[in-house]
Write a protein that binds this ligand. Sequence first.
Ligand SMILES: Nc1ncnc2c1ncn2[C@@H]1O[C@H](COP(=O)(O)OP(=O)(O)OP(=O)(O)O)[C@@H](O)[C@H]1O
Length: 590
Amino acid sequence: MDTTRPAAPAFAFNSVMAIAGVAVLAALVSLPVWGDDYFVVIGTRILVYWCLISGLNLVVGFAGQLAIGYVAVLAVGGYTASALCFHLGLDPFLSMAAAAALCALAGLIVGIPALRLRTFYFAVATLGAAQIVTQIAFSWTSVTGGGIGIPGPMFPGALGSVSGLYYVCMVAAILCTWLTTNLAFSRYGRELVALRDAGVAAASCGLSNRRSLVPVLIFAGALAGVAGTLYASVQTYITPEAFNFDLSLLFFVAILVGGRGTVLGPALATVILTILPELSVDLAAWSTLIHAALLLGITLLVPGGIGEGLRKLTEPPLPESRVIRIRPELARDHDRTEKAPLEASEISISFGGLKAVDAVSLSVVPGEVHGLIGPNGSGKTTTLNVICGFNTASEGAVRIGSDLLAGGVPQEAAAKGIARTFQTPKVVGEATVLQNVLIGAQSPSTGFVSAALGLPAQRQDERAMRERGMVALRTVGLDAFADLSCERLQHSELRFLEIARALMMEPRFLLLDEPAAGLSRDEIERLDELIAHLARDAGIGVLMVEHHADLIFKVCDRITVLNFGAVLASGTADEVRTNKEVQNAYLGTG
Ligand SMILES: Nc1ncnc2c1ncn2[C@@H]1O[C@H](COP(=O)(O)OP(=O)(O)OP(=O)(O)O)[C@@H](O)[C@H]1O
């Protein structure tokens, strides 16, 4: 790590934040002592809303899914717990557990369209869900009491008093915060943000919404069930009107104003948005307008919300030297005893009437560098896309040894050891350099529950991944940038970062799409050294699309030349360089 970096501003800021945090916590714990019932009720409402928002934050803030009608899940939780208490006389805590379980399912049902629908279509689907739940609440009178309503759960003894309920909600909110913070800072938080901001790169690392988002949808639903129970209890009596669109908007706006991908920002925004309408009766009547104005103001002033502003305050300064000093000897030689080549056989693909790739065959051997060159539009990137599952070949096959790749599934290619970089670097701008590299970490040994509970195995797993991430960064010479957000990196640094991310996958094959584009002469020399080492010493099979002829002829063991989608020539560097057709069609030396 860079030891020259002055850490004082971030430290001072963190100290101030820690002191402020303790002060706020002390004030909250003692609120029933120094505040009257009115304040305590507002405090209780903030805590209840936060129970829901903390979970929803993972879906909206981290995963970027516009779940605007999430009040639907709150209503399911509220009615479930109330009905169980009122009709069956069940204990409120047991009712809360049942509501959480049912809402986990409801959260999944409301959220599952996100796997197929994008942005506004998904938002409308969640609004539809809210409408359906409201209609059911009105119509299923025997259970919900219809428009007349139903009493909320009553907690026993002192817990049922105003201050007792406040403390119940506080314990629930602390638990929700702990669980969601654990998840936010685990691989799940990273993966959701990667899928949101760099979906293609995330897919190339083997990530999918199905694997990362589905457990989070279930989790957020369960927290909404807890919030629904407490909300019904605070309301003492619930009717369908209690679960109105304004409430849904508050949840959603709190996350946007708080800032995507943070926990503290939405927590502060929840407090502000709940308190603001309470400052006067006039303001209460204008609550929707206040939410809209706040959203507009924050979007214009700090587009990333409160959390973004806080993040920028703690960013370390840029290292003084930005020279990339690679240490290729650090690239670990993983167990690459498997020497089977990666082979594309007669692959073809057309876009409309254009045959972009026409019966192309090539073979990438572990320990060698294979160059793929040709004029613009000759089908190089498309060939790469077919090999790593982003495009499906209409004819032909891709194999590793005798293992046939299904095609069209980048996650499968990643699982089989194929990593790649992109013609235009694809990274998560607001995540740190190290976090970006960790997106490539494969097969974590710990699962969702372990991540949520922050179990020792999960923490150990995380530590080990970070250490590996730092080694990958040292390998490509970016370790001094580890804690900087990616958006502060230069283009050339992003190219090396993509290689570090690919190395995190411990790949058998590395597909590089124009890795030297935009690099200086010095940087190209380092890239050359790095690629040569990765192939010859670390045993990786490299397939490189490149236009820099010097680099190609220096580093490649074999070269395939494409023209109009078909193979024009193939052979060693010398064979290709002296091939008349290649000279005429591409090199311009004929
Ligand atoms: N998704 C797509 N839809 C339609 N046409 C496409 C698509 N992808 C690629 N093409 C077309 O296929 C042809 C080959 O494109 P490709 O990007 O593979 O070429 P390339 O050799 O990598 O070019 P360059 O060197 O400029 O990157 C081009 O004519 C391109 O316009």
